[in-house]
Structure formats: structure tokens, C-alpha cells
Design a protein around this ligand. Structure first.
Ligand code: PXL
Length: 300
């Protein structure tokens, strides 16, 4: 069984970060280890919330894992609480993601279905820090710079449009032409990551999904579905979780993106149908049986 380490906060209520990544990646048949970076009462879009930074606990956890010889097949970071924590993610890549043989990575990034056991861990970064043209509460330019440094060393990054603009230095606007999207994606890949997957990509009035770019083949592809005209919090965390789970088991980039787009859409649909829905998060739980079914047959 593959093992992913996910590094992000635990927001006790609000269906995001670890409370989303754990159930989803586990349901995909992948062991999910966690490194919680902070404990919050809810995510930061609520009016009242507590935030306990766990940075001080991380070096001790790392040391104990090192003593145990623990290794991961993929290391996935999401929402991080400080610039220092971006450095700790890179440290985890070195300490728990090293190749068992020579430093090499084959497979998902080269479009092949298999990664050799000797490959180093997949470095997967969701630069969760902004949406709708604005940074989330508590982040500043220094954090954006730190996240840029981290993404430059990643294999795969999954920004939304606001994050992509912040990382590439392009000013945010709601719509881009196809040529502008391509320029944005290439700029991000030029900073380092092998693959860039832009979430919330809308190429027409009716469809929405993801736009992907692979630097090794200089190829773009998009994966979209019909847009459900609602906007819910937490869909980016769901997308990232499915993507990394799928890549960890060796699915190629396009299959992983298709699965993530379709699952996210189903979660949004279930939420829109729910008369008792809450204003935060999506009903990803009700869509889990579909995801498990895909893992048991259709996509493998
Ligand atoms: O969904 C991203 C996310 C994760 N964790 C926390 C957040 C947010 C977005 O607002 O506040 C704490």
C-alpha cells in the first residue's frame, strides 16, 4: 500500500485541510499519515476562530520519525501557517522522501503508470493561501515569497487562479484569454515544478475544471465538466487530495485530474441538492462511495 504524508492544519469544524484529506485519501486505498501544522477551531473564513501554531512540535516529530526510518511515497502540503512551515515541508521532502536508491523519479511525472520503488517521494504542493483575488486572513507578501520558493522545488502544484497570479507576479483578473492562461502556466513551470494544474479553470461560460501543463513534454490539457452555478468553500482541498492520491498509486496526470474534477463536481452537486446544507464545506462524504467505486474498477 502506498503511503502519503499530508502536511496542513486541522480545522476542527469547516471541512477543509486534514478533515478532508484524511478521509478522501484513505478511501482511495492509500495510507494517510499526517503532520498537523496548526489547530484551529474552524477555518479562517469564519468570524471567530482560534489558531494554535504547532511549528514547535514539528522538529521533535521529524526526529522521532527519522529514528524509526519512516519513508513516504508522496508528501503533500496544503494550508501552512507561516513562512517557517514552508521550510519545514522542504525539510520533510529531504528527510522522509529520499530515494532508496539513486535520486530519481520515474512514472507519474513522465506519464508512465508505474513509479519505481527506488524513486524519491512525489513533492505535491497546494499553495493554499488565497482565493477570489485576495489572500486569506493572516497571510502577507513574505508568505507568498516563501510559498514561491517551496513551489519552485515541487513536482506538482495545484494553485487556483488567484494563487497562480500571486506566485507568478501576474496581476489578478477574473478572466484570461487562452494565450494568457498558457503564459501564466509556463511562467509557473519555469520557476521549477514539473507539472502545474490550475483549478477552477473556466474556458467557456458553461464548463469549469482544471488546466494542466507538463514541462517535460511542453503539453497542455484541460479537464472540465458542466459548471454548477454555485460556489462553496473547500473544493480546492478536495481536488488536491484526489489528485495526490491518484498520482501516488501511479495513475497518470490526466486520469488523476479527470478523477479530481469529476469527484469535486459530484461533491458540489450533492451539496447543492441538500436543503439542510451548511454554509461551509461541501458534502464530500456522500460522494465517497462513487470515489471508492472508481478506485475499485473504473479508473485502475
Ligand atoms: O481550504 C483552505 C484552508 C485550509 N485551512 C484553513 C483555511 C483555509 C481557507 O480559508 O482557513 C485554516
Amino acid at each position: 500500500m502506498k503511503r502519503i504524508l499530508t502536511i496542513q492544519d486541522i480545522s476542527c469544524v469547516g471541512r477543509c485541510s486534514l478533515t478532508v484529506a484524511l478521509p478522501i485519501i484513505s478511501a482511495m486505498g492509500v495510507e494517510t499519515a499526517v503532520l498537523p501544522t496548526a489547530v484551529l477551531s474552524t477555518h479562517t473564513a469564519f468570524t471567530h476562530f482560534t489558531f494554535r501554531d504547532l511549528t514547535e512540535d514539528i522538529p521533535g516529530i521529524e526526529k522521532a520519525w527519522e529514528q524509526e526510518g519512516i519513508r513516504f511515497d508522496a508528501i503533500y502540503s496544503g494550508y501552512l501557517g507561516s513562512a517557517r512551515q514552508t521550510e519545514l515541508v522542504a525539510e520533510c521532502w529531504e528527510r522522509f522522501g529520499a530515494a532508496s536508491g539513486a535520486e530519481n523519479r520515474t512514472g507519474a511525472m513522465n506519464g508512465k503508470a508505474e513509479r519505481s520503488d527506488a524513486a524519491r517521494a512525489l513533492r505535491f504542493v497546494d499553495p493554499a493561501m488565497a482565493d477570489n483575488g485576495r489572500l486569506y486572513a493572516g497571510f502577507d507578501e513574505a508568505f507568498v515569497d516563501a510559498m514561491r520558493r517551496l513551489t519552485s522545488r515541487a513536482d506538482v502544484i495545484v494553485p487556483n487562479l488567484t494563487e497562480a497570479c500571486l506566485l507568478s507576479g501576474i496581476s489578478y483578473r477574473e478572466s484570461f484569454t487562452d494565450a494568457e492562461y498558457r503564459d501564466l502556466m509556463k511562467r509557473l513551470a519555469d520557476h521549477g515544478p514539473e507539472s502545474v494544474i490550475l483549478t477552477g479553470y473556466a474556458n467557456s461560460g458553461t464548463d469549469i475544471g482544471a488546466l494542466a501543463y507538463r514541462r517535460d513534454t511542453d503539453e497542455f490539457f484541460s479537464v472540465t465538466g458542466e459548471r454548477i452555478p454555485v460556489a462553496y468553500h473547500g473544493t480546492g482541498d478536495i481536488f488536491a487530495s484526489v489528485m495526490v492520491g491518484a498520482l501516488a498509486i501511479g495513475l497518470d496526470l490526466e486520469t488523476a485530474a479527470r478523477l479530481a474534477v469529476d469527484y469535486d463536481r459530484l461533491c458540489i452537486q450533492k451539496t447543492a441538492e441538500d436543503e439542510n446544507r451548511r454554509w461551509y464545506g461541501v458534502n464530500f462524504e456522500e460522494a465517497l462511495p462513487w470515489l471508492v467505486q472508481q478506485m475499485n474498477g473504473d479508473v485502475k
